[in-house]
Design a protein around this ligand. Structure first.
Ligand SMILES: NC(=O)c1ccc[n+]([C@@H]2O[C@H](COP(=O)([O-])OP(=O)(O)OC[C@H]3O[C@@H](n4cnc5c(N)ncnc54)[C@H](OP(=O)(O)O)[C@@H]3O)[C@@H](O)[C@H]2O)c1
Length: 333
């Protein structure tokens, strides 16, 4: 027996904002799994900002997507046929063969997940890479201490919404978030427990942050005006954990840096970028403390879900226009 699968290929590298013309959806025939392989039907595809960097042909911490080949990324699916008794048919698994309906994979490239603890989608969100990024960024890079004032940009997104709650749980004195709409700002304060939040479209970040500083830890998801604004309001010896710089991902030319770098000297700031995989030791610590809080509902997570592989490009584009609250995913039936 064979399986007809559909997969999205990158066919040209985008300049600026990606368009539908950069991608093609292609049909392929997958054989039944051989010994040591599994056939997975994907149910949840992860949609992440870092994928934009992989569309460029530049050296980075993950290789660029190859042209005319299936793209990849986090996904959760169900094993439909198995050549490995350790991963039987019906097992829900996390793997990296996203951007497609089905995947034929070596069984050692899939990780079973427990969908009784949390829904499958949580394993690409709060209990997956974004949750771990939030934890590692705050604890390892930001070195957050009890009583600290923490500022988080992109606060209503997958990483930011979890980072804010983790900061509160770890005893931050004050957690401030920025996001791009009034609804998101209300969600941060009313449901997630942020102490304050502002809509960056209401005025310059530097101006709106003024009443909330000085900031001990800035968790930067955005870069650009947010980074410059935060530097103005950092406390002496403050730490800036540079997680992402989404404001510049679609830029056609290098973006100018913050104009107030002299303050890094006068305030003795430490600015450090990081990649989630830099801190494998944080993984078990994170699951031990926050896994039960996810299961009990104390750690709140939200998802924005698009339906169907054909909406993958649209979902990806919406990351750059604020179309998601919490984790962006695509569901496949
Ligand atoms: N270093 C690592 O290991 C690592 C791991 C995971 C993620 N990241 C980075 O962390 C950041 C957040 O990732 P995520 O997965 O949680 O994505 P996300 O925050 O769920 O989605 C992106 C959000 O960014 C905001 N945004 C888009 N363009 C913006 C702009 N020009 N200015 C301000 N905000 C803008 C939008 O929200 P608004 O409505 O608020 O604008 C959008 O919803 C990204 O920069 C990502 O690359 C890094």
């Amino acid at each position: 027996m064979t399986t007809q699968a559909r997969e999205i290929h990158l066919i040209t590298r985008p300049t600026g904002t990606p368009t539908a013309e950069n991608f093609a959806t292609r049909e392929v025939t997958l054989e039944d799994p051989a010994e040591g392989q599994v056939l997975v039907r994907n149910t949840v595809l992860s949609v992440d900002p870092y994928m934009r960097g992989r569309m460029n042909d530049v050296k980075s911490y993950v290789p660029p997507f190859a042209l005319d080949a299936p793209m990849d990324g986090g996904a959760v699916g169900v094993v439909e046929a198995s050549g490995d008794p350790e991963v039987p048919v019906g097992t829900s698994v996390l793997h990296m063969a996203g951007w497609r309906t089905h995947a034929l994979l070596p069984s050692n490239q899939v990780r079973p997940v427990d969908t009784d603890v949390a829904p499958a989608s949580a394993y690409v969100g709060v209990l997956g890479m974004p949750g771990l990024t939030a934890y590692a960024g705050l604890t390892r890079v930001g070195q957050m201490k009890e009583g600290d004032t923490v500022f988080i940009s992109g606060a209503a997104g997958a990483v930011g919404s979890i980072a804010g709650q983790i900061a509160k749980h770890l005893g931050a004195g004050k957690v401030i978030g920025s996001a791009g709409s009034a609804e998101k700002v209300s969600w941060l304060v009313d449901e997630l427990g942020f102490d304050a939040a502002f809509n960056y479209n209401d005025g310059p970040v530097a101006k709106q942050l003024a009443e909330h500083g000085p900031v001990d830890v800035y968790f930067d998801n955005v870069g650009g005006d947010h980074l410059e604004g935060a530097i103005f309001h950092m406390a002496d010896y403050g730490r800036i954990a540079v997680c992402g710089a989404i404001a510049g991902y679609n830029a056609e030319a290098p973006e100018p840096g913050p104009r107030n770098m002299m303050m890094v000297i006068s305030k003795r700031l430490r600015i450090q970028g990081f990649i989630v995989s830099d801190y494998p030791d944080a993984t078990s610590e994170f699951y031990k403390t926050f896994g039960p809080l996810v299961a009990s509902g104390e750690l709140v997570f939200r998802e924005t879900a698009y339906e169907g592989l054909d909406r993958m490009i649209e979902a990806f584009g919406a990351l750059f226009t604020g179309g998601n609250t919490g984790k962006m995913i695509v569901r496949l039936s």
